[in-house]
Design a protein around this ligand. Structure first.
Ligand code: A2P
Length: 422
């Protein structure tokens, strides 16, 4: 190498504290983040240092930088094998590589511009729509109280299946108790579960992220516990038989068993708390966990007579009614409390329906809510539904004369559209 070797600030993700939540990949406006089954990594020659991914990262694992000679930047292949970040190169090592002084390009907080109306052939970029800030009236969350190097031990105090036995997508409602250990959470936050044992490479498993399904004052009010909605994973996204390590561990747990937990995580997918604020919830499968948490908090407030909440509207998709988690309890909620809409895609003899189809059918009510600046939208579940849901919102806004080109940036800026998919 010679003295003209270019120095870069290489953007890296710390594999020791990353919880593999996909937020960075979903946020990156230039597609510079990718992952395999173990690590999330940044593609050095695609990353433009725009910093869009940094504030939304729940752990701060995204905010790592190394001065590197451009020609020696860590490749994707190398980063995917890492268990920890390499040490920064010393001044002497940099000089030996033929570079000196500061990196030529510094990370910069620029707002990458991504079109809210993708043109023909342009791929959908959820980072253009999803808010990275919470509603103005969100309660202040605690985050990262317990990291992977010092997880807390929680005990299982409940584990029941919440869809019909014998259907695919077996889903459990699991209650964890923290005893006297501090673990304060809000609706919409998540935790990390560290499965016991080691992976195929003999390395400890990394934490798996689960959304909390209970409200801030506990699954059982006044107790230091929370609940999760866990689907037993028995195949991968391509339908190949694969047993999910954490989900099978959790679904098989018995009362009294213990589990290692990190978190809590999440500072933007939080509910509004001001009077008359409306919540529109759109979910599939276990994406219902945060929706259950928010609904239950509002239900408790309403029962106490202390809060004048606005409307709650739920669009919930599953293959069949039997597979849908919490179908029974949802049916029991009063109609004047929550407007519930189910979309079933595989009911024999019925046409396939997705949540976005239902939203279009209910466009008059959805557009009235879109018009109200006190309405907040939450989307959680399958990655594939993001585009369909956002495009349904776009069409509903445009048909109602609201102008999506104005509505979309406002939803993002005001923390009124939250996307969390996997
Ligand atoms: P499908 O029958 O086409 O798989 P899953 O059971 O796999 O977790 O999915 C939950 C629900 O989400 C199912 O009804 C599934 O329908 C539906 N779904 C699949 N893809 C999409 C999509 N792109 N948009 C909305 N819903 C979807």
């Amino acid at each position: 190498m010679n003295a003209t070797t270019e120095l870069i600030q290489q953007h890296l993700i710390d594999p020791e504290i990353c919880i593999r939540c996909n937020t960075c990949e979903a946020t990156c406006p230039v597609g510079a983040i990718t992952h395999d089954s173990r690590n999330y990594v940044v593609i050095a020659d695609k990353c433009n240092l725009c910093m869009a991914c940094v504030p939304p990262c729940p752990t701060g694992s995204i905010d790592n930088w190394r001065s590197m000679p451009k020609v020696a930047a860590y490749s994707i292949e190398e980063q995917l094998t890492w268990d920890e970040l390499p040490a920064a190169l010393t001044e002497a090592e940099l000089q030996a590589a033929g570079v000196s002084g500061d990196a030529s390009v510094e990370p910069q907080a620029s707002v990458a511009s991504v079109s809210v109306t993708p043109g023909e052939g342009e791929s959908f970029n959820s980072g253009a729509f999803g808010a990275t800030l919470p509603p103005w009236s969100a309660a202040h969350p605690y985050t990262n109280l317990h990291g992977p190097k010092a997880p807390v031990t929680a005990s299982v105090v409940g584990n029941v299946q919440v869809n019909e036995a014998g259907t695919a997508n077996e889903t459990h409602h699991i209650v964890l108790d923290f005893g006297s250990l501090p673990f304060p959470v809000l609706e919409g936050q998540s935790i990390g579960i560290i499965p016991p044992g080691v992976d195929a490479q003999g390395k400890p498993h990394h934490a798996r992220q689960y959304s909390i399904a209970s409200p801030r004052n506990g699954e059982r009010p006044g107790y230091n516990n929370l609940s999760l909605t866990v689907k037993r994973v028995v195949e991968d996204h391509q339908g190949k038989a694969v047993l999910g390590v954490a989900s099978n561990f959790l679904c098989d747990m018995k009362t009294g068993d213990t589990v290692q937990v990190i978190g809590p995580f999440g500072a933007s997918f939080l509910m509004p708390n001001h009077p008359k604020s409306n919540i529109v919830m759109i979910c599939t499968g276990t994406g219902s966990a945060p929706m259950r948490a928010m609904t239950e908090w509002r239900r408790r407030l309403r029962a106490s007579g202390k809060f004048e909440g606005g409307k709650l509207m739920l669009f919930f998709g599953a293959r069949t009614q039997e597979e849908l988690p919490y179908f029974g309890p949802l049916q029991k909620l009063p109609k004047d409390f929550i407007d519930t809409n189910f979309a079933f895609s595989r009911t024999p003899g019925q046409p396939k329906r997705y949540v976005q189809d239902l939203m279009r059918e209910r466009s008059a009510d959805v557009s009235a809510l879109l018009k109200d600046p006190n309405t907040y939208f939450y989307v959680c579940g399958l990655k594939g539904m993001e585009e369909g849901v956002v495009m349904a919102l776009r069409d509903i806004a445009n048909d109602a004369g609201l102008g999506w080109d104005n509505v979309a940036p406002a939803l993002k800026r005001e923390g009124r559209l939250h996307l969390e998919t996997y």
